[in-house]
Design a protein around this ligand. Structure first.
Ligand code: PMP
Length: 299
């Protein structure tokens, strides 16, 4: 699914076949989850293939590495150039791109002194699908920000995401909702949450979540089209009383919820203000100019 015999990856400055590439089994990243990664998307636009917010993603990759002491020696310029070359070599237009910075062998619990970079890309549909989500409240909470650099995209953090997502699927849901260490609404295993109430949007404030790039884009869109958006501590009671809810992330894009623990929300997603945001997001990633932004016409 992710690669075949022909697939090319970018590894430490070279374009090589994925099938021929090796990773050291003594890597500190493999043993301890000590690596940082990104998830970006490219879109086929009228002006050619464009990676959405490429600079912001590579800035975050650097920040994630710095947060946990993984050496990072690349410029955005060289990685962006490599990303477009990678897409071209693999004949990809609408793609998901996975940069990963990983570390050499080191069984001690100390910072790495060198690191490697991988860029891989593959075709990937909307990560959570196109249908409204049936979400289940997880028994898992997001990691304690006093124990982890929660704003960083570190591989090891995703064991928490895997457990929550699998638990939700085992219980018949499409996806999980995790609370934070204090029991407030936090985020999904791989997406941020917004809810809509009386035409306004609300989202958990930074501190206990990965403040995603899509989340920031949603806030930008709201500012642009005049929708009030508030970052706050969100209780489960507030969320349950919402008119509608959506998840957002690079892989998932914007996807509405049908229900939480089987209870449906008041307003059908397609009649909501959130639906307009979903349309505006599509327009933005596809670089479709909408003259009257408040109208938000076609995708
Ligand atoms: N929260 C978590 C835990 C995530 O893994 C992701 C995906 N990176 C997000 C939120 C959304 O982030 P972004 O919009 O930057 O993809």
């Amino acid at each position: 699914m992710y690669y075949n015999e022909e697939t090319i990856i970018y590894l430490d400055g070279d374009f090589v076949k994925a099938a021929d590439s090796k990773m050291n089994l003594y890597s500190q990243s493999l043993h301890y989850g000590y690596s940082a990664f990104e998830g970006m998307r490219s879109y086929k636009t009228a002006k050619g293939t464009k990676v959405f917010k490429q600079d912001v993603h590579f800035d975050r990759l650097r920040t994630s590495c710095e947060a946990v002491g993984i050496p990072y020696r690349w410029t955005n310029e060289e990685l962006i150039k490599a990303t477009y070359q990678l897409l071209e070599k693999n004949n990809l237009e609408n793609a998901y791109i996975r940069p990963l910075v990983f570390c050499p062998p080191n069984m001690s619990l100390q910072k790495a002194t060198t690191s490697h970079i991988l860029l891989a890309a593959w075709q990937w549909g909307a990560y959570l699908g196109d249908s409204l989500l049936k979400v289940g409240l997880s028994t898992f909470q997001r990691p304690n920000p006093k124990g982890f650099k929660i704003h960083a995209k570190i591989s090891g953090h995703y064991v928490n995401s895997i457990m929550a997502c699998q638990e939700a699927k085992d219980n018949g849901y499409d996806e999980a909702l995790l609370t934070d260490v204090n029991g407030f609404v936090a985020e999904g295993p791989g997406a941020n949450i917004f809810y809509e109430k009386d035409g306004e949007l609300f989202t958990p404030a930074p501190g206990n979540i990965l403040t995603g790039i899509t989340r920031a884009t949603v806030i930008e869109i709201c500012d642009e089209i005049g929708i009030e958006v508030t970052e706050k501590q969100v209780t489960l009671e507030e969320l349950r009383a919402a008119d509608t809810v959506f998840y957002c992330g690079t892989a998932a894009e914007i996807i509405g919820w049908e229900s939480l623990d089987g209870n449906e929300f008041k307003i059908p997603f397609n009649n909501s203000v959130s639906k307009k945001i979903q349309t505006a997001y599509k327009n933005r990633v596809l670089e479709i100019e909408v003259l009257n932004k408040k109208c938000l016409v076609q995708v």
